[in-house]
Design a protein around this ligand. Sequence first.
Ligand code: TPP
Length: 359
Amino acid sequence: MQYTKTPYQQKQMIDANGAVVGSLPESVSDELLLKSYRTMVMIRTFDQRVVALQRTGQMGTYASCLGQEAIGTGIGLALKKDDVFLPYYRDQATQYLRDIPLHQQMQYWGGNEWANHFSGIAQQDFPNCVPIATQVTHAAGVASAMKIRGEKRCSLVTCGEGATSRGDFYEAMNLVGVWQLPMVMVVNNNQWAISVPRNIQTGAETIAQKAVAAGIEGFQVDGNDVCAVYDAVRYAVNKAHSGKGGTLIEAVSYRLGDHTTADDATRYRSHEEVNEAWKREPIKRLQTYLHASDLWDEDQEQALQEHCKQEVEQAVKTYLSQPAQPVADLFDYLFEETPAHLALQKQRALEKMARLGGK
Ligand SMILES: Cc1ncc(C[n+]2csc(CCOP(=O)(O)OP(=O)(O)O)c2C)c(N)n1
């Protein structure tokens, strides 16, 4: 049985020790490597700071992307500005590369949905999707519209490996196959869906092979290798733009943190497993490669660390100085005319806020 269907071959370019596997393709320039590295360090700095904000009561529940920075970065660098990105909740790096400011991402995680109101190249991108896999059906709708209009664009959707067990995922992927939709699906296989490990998530040997049933191309890449993710997404985006249909990319990685700040992963997985996974994480290997290639030195590293800290602290300041979202917003954007029972709830909420001295 053929489990994956693809002419695409290079699934790993820089291994866990920072050594090149085969050779880097032309698409991976020194400039791209440096931008990838800078982005991943920035996102890790952001991620750690947001967790700290949550721990000190200044942030809502947050889904960390620790260890999965290469996936978001590879996607963000390969996606074209006219494409439409439909994220789930671990796509901080892609959103950063689509010019969504860090303070706006903090605002979202702080509970303000206005932060999903994007501008610039992300203007048509979709909000962060928390309901599992529903975004995949939306992405098929977007790609379908692009196809009907004859546009040279694609939709790119992300989800976790757990999401690939849902009907929405299969239904959407079926449409991608039968309608030859310009759509790229990237699965962040971080091995855990909250406390459900990959081996009891599905009987399929790989997530990528699910594409075979839909008649589309599917393959795995090393999701901790930013070059491999970038090149695979670039390939799939170009293919979609040239009318050759959709692709499923399984980016194999590991969730080094808790599922969210509301989770405690030590209750269901071992320190040994996590320690082993740290040896394969994406940032160190690229740093090793850059040093060995004389593209990076200690001074540059220190300057970058300082720069990331400053940018993130600036974002924290902006985030914390923004006024809280008015409570009325909870009710005002749901219906054209607010139903009577919600109007009553709104009135009570406003009265309570007034008593507490808020809005
Ligand atoms: C429709 C739906 N069902 C259940 C949940 C609760 N839930 C939140 S995250 C999650 C696990 C998702 O795992 P996976 O798709 O592997 O993504 P990961 O969080 O590991 O990146 C579940 C079941 C949800 N958000 N939406």
